[in-house]
Design a protein around this ligand. Structure first.
Ligand code: IPM
Ligand code: MG
Length: 360
């Protein structure tokens, strides 16, 4: 198969981690006889520096025209004082919105080899962690009306959180369908004791749950979810929630896996076009040092093969190669523990080489 991939390396560690994913995809091309064509587009701070905007119209068009998009990370302190309209993050939100990427899947899995890396006790993560966060990605407070105005001599800022029934139903469907392929449980997270948007969310989810009698459904408040994720994470299978709750809970959940550097994501549209990125940020403090963990990005590339290209065997091959690298004791700095024998600390590019070699 031949596929066109638009590559958004972005800022900070973005370029180095994406290079490792492309290295791994190169071995997949050879081994399975595929051809991946890459088109690079600047996004975030690097685009602001070059063009004065976080993504150009041509760049956006190249994302829309691709079979899929692979992203590193955007942002950094250098651009923190940019006006809201041209901040690096603005481009990321624009791509999500313009490509209709409403469903963000964030699989949260603790590799058994890393059970010591999680800050949580063995008694909590020891049973294994394997949950899927399904985050609504193109609605809610991220895309609501916002304004800052002067009222009675002081500034007042407002961000609106809006959800319509169809937006809730389509993300709910993604959650129920993925639960059917996994542990057959959906926990819908909201704040229905306070927010109208959450009350509508809950009503729509309840109606949808009737269509999936084989899936065990529960409602859970977002504050309680934050607690339960630490207290008893293995109770969860699929968690479905709105945009901002999902942003916050997925960073929290990433620590169950040992490091935020391990966690991939897929942002899916109604069709096969998707964007794939690790959930972590651009980590400007370690950029260019070749010490970042590329596994979240490499696993995102595996999700791209699985969800956008229908290449399940190839995706399995990448995941097995990551597993073997961990089995063999290779660790980037974020998951390395000097006290643990049988492990070797490696850099970003070396980790990419090892995983690529495991596939070949
Ligand atoms: C994420 C990130 C983004 C978000 C930022 C960079 C805008 O935190 O993908 O989780 O809030 O969605
Ligand atoms: Mg986030």
């Amino acid at each position: 198969m031949q596929k066109n991939i638009t590559v958004l390396k972005g800022d900070g560690i973005g370029p180095e981690i994406v290079d490792q994913a492309i290295k791994v995809l190169g071995v997949i091309e050879e081994k399975f006889g595929h051809k991946f064509e890459y088109t690079e587009v600047d996004i975030g701070g690097c685009s602001i520096d070059k063009y004065g905007v976080p993504i150009t119209d041509e760049g956006m068009a190249k994302c829309k025209a691709a079979d899929s998009v692979l992203l590193g990370a955007v942002g950094g302190p250098k651009w923190d004082s940019c006006p809201p309209a041209i901040r690096p993050e603005k481009a990321l939100l624009a791509v999500r919105s313009e490509l209709g990427l409403f469903a963000n899947l964030r699989p949260t899995k603790l590799f058994p080899q890393l059970s010591d890396s999680s800050p949580l006790k063995e008694s909590i993560v020891g049973n294994g962690i394997d949950l899927m966060i399904v985050r609504e990605l193109t609605g809610g407070i991220y895309f609501g009306k916002r304004r800052t105005e002067e009222i009675n001599g002081e500034k007042v800022a407002t961000d609106e959180m809006t959800y319509s029934e169809h937006e809730i139903e389509r993300i709910g469907r993604v959650a129920f369908e993925s639960a059917r392929k996994r542990g057959k449980k959906v926990a819908s997270v909201d704040k229905a004791n306070v927010l109208d948007s959450s009350r509508l969310w809950r009503a729509v989810m309840h109606k949808l749950a009737e269509e999936y009698p084989d899936v065990e459904y529960s409602d859970i408040l977002v504050d309680n979810t934050a607690m339960q994720l630490i207290k008893n994470p293995s109770q969860f299978d699929v968690i479905v929630t709105e945009n901002m709750f999902g942003d916050i809970l997925s960073d929290e959940a990433s620590m169950l896996t040992g490091s935020i550097g391990m966690m991939p994501s897929a942002s899916l549209s109604e069709g096969t076009l998707g964007m794939y990125e690790p959930i972590h940020g651009s980590a400007p403090d370690i950029a260019g040092m070749d010490i970042a963990n590329p596994i979240g990005t490499i696993m995102s590339a595996a999700m791209m093969l699985r969800y956008s290209f229908g290449m399940a065997v190839e995706a399995d091959a990448i995941e097995a190669a990551v597993n073997k690298a961990l089995d063999d004791g290779y660790r980037t700095a974020d998951i390395y523990d000097a006290a643990k024998c049988g492990t070797t600390k490696v850099g970003c590019s070396e980790m990419g080489d090892i995983i690529a070699k495991n596939i070949a």
